[in-house]
Design a protein around this ligand. Structure first.
Ligand SMILES: NC(=O)c1ccc[n+]([C@@H]2O[C@H](COP(=O)([O-])OP(=O)(O)OC[C@H]3O[C@@H](n4cnc5c(N)ncnc54)[C@H](OP(=O)(O)O)[C@@H]3O)[C@@H](O)[C@H]2O)c1
Length: 324
């Protein structure tokens, strides 16, 4: 009896030795490495954005405006693009007034153009390049959404959405790209959407434009890696912006409704900070969505039949494009 309790205390002592001698140092060591890695990542991110020439399209509202605020605060030399000169000037004024003693910041430039007109995009790209002689980071953010049934949507509406969401960023990227290749330096980012990975009913034009965007920028990443260029596709879920209000419908008119899912979406500031991290850390493909949309992306890939059934049932329930 005495012998067995002695053995138990020896084995307890052995276990304590194992924990304090091996496990605790291992856990503390791993935590230390993780903290160091995070600090290094943050340092690299800061150095990457500070003084970089960053172009943001669609900077007049929503996510683009918040990106302008966070990239400006991070010390980027911004070129803000949009169609509305007055709103962009207002933003420039706001950013000029933000003084941060810890961070060197720059007054942004603006370039006004309509992305749906590919000819003006080429001349806008020249104007963009003239601002600082080069572009370090191009963020293709501008976009328009759509609500409608395929049966009642005119083909011109598909062309319009495709023009802004796909051909616009393609034209701008292609106009800026040669100068990046020549410098062997540059980063092209695009704000796609979860709907660039899964297609949901009553969003055909939008989902198609974002799927095309994903494909084009995936090809671009592969083709320009040899020149040292980076490509990031960032795919958010719902964000609290005016996107649904500005969406077009099947007959080309404005949808004009702030959908419940958009109103309850993520704070654009939070998403803009995630965009800064993704770009700063040269992430290639980032899904910024909650558990349900993320699960839907996996189901679409791993179990497409189930995904198709779920989407058909959703379409039956909604009948018409009223919500989301
Ligand atoms: N909100 C969401 O739930 C959500 C989710 C996933 C992805 N996204 C994506 O996030 C990006 C930003 O959208 P947002 O949510 O911030 O919507 P938003 O508030 O409606 O902003 C859209 C921006 O795009 C610009 N734009 C629209 N058409 C243009 C054109 N023809 N030429 C030049 N600029 C044009 C607008 O500029 P004007 O002031 O000139 O109209 C505006 O600055 C879009 O690519 C969108 O697809 C949004």
């Amino acid at each position: 009896m005495i012998l067995s309790s002695h053995r138990r205390s020896i084995s307890r002592g052995g276990a304590m030795d194992l924990i304090f001698g091996n496990v605790v140092p291992l856990v503390l060591g791993s935590l230390g490495v993780m903290v160091l890695y995070q600090l290094l990542q943050r340092y690299r991110q800061r150095a990457y954005i500070q003084d970089a020439v960053v172009v943001i399209t669609g900077a007049s509202s929503g996510l683009g405006k918040e990106c302008a605020r966070v990239f400006h605060a991070a010390g980027a030399r911004l070129i803000l693009c949009g169609r509305d000169r007055a709103r962009l000037q207002e933003l420039v004024q706001e950013l000029k007034e933000v003084a941060d003693s810890k961070q060197k910041t720059y007054t942004p430039s603006t370039v006004i153009f309509d992305l749906s007109d590919t000819e003006t995009v080429a001349s806008a790209a020249e104007e963009i390049l003239k601002c600082h002689g080069h572009v370090d980071i191009l963020i293709n953010n501008a976009g328009v959404s759509y609500r409608g049934t395929i049966l009642n949507t005119h083909v011109d509406v598909h062309k319009e959405v495709m023009g802004i969401n796909y051909f616009g960023p393609v034209a701008l990227t292609q106009a800026i790209l040669p100068s990046m290749v020549q410098r062997r330096k540059g980063h092209v980012a695009v704000i796609s959407s979860v709907q660039g990975k899964i297609a949901i009913p009553f969003r055909s034009a939008y989902a198609a434009s974002k799927h095309a965007t994903q494909a084009y920028f995936d090809c671009l990443r592969a083709e320009v890696e040899q020149y040292g260029l980076e490509v990031s596709v960032i795919s958010p879920g719902y964000i609290r912006t005016n996107l649904s209000l500005n969406a077009v419908t099947g007959d080309g008119s404005k949808y004009g409704v702030l959908d419940k899912n958009t109103a309850e979406g993520r704070d654009p500031r939070e998403v803009a900070e995630a965009v800064l991290r993704a770009v700063g850390r040269r992430k290639k493909d980032v899904l910024l969505a909650g558990p349900l949309p993320t699960l839907a992306v996996y189901i679409r890939t791993l179990c497409p039949q189930l995904f198709f059934k779920l989407m058909a049932s959703r379409a039956r329930k909604e009948q018409r494009p009223k919500e989301d």
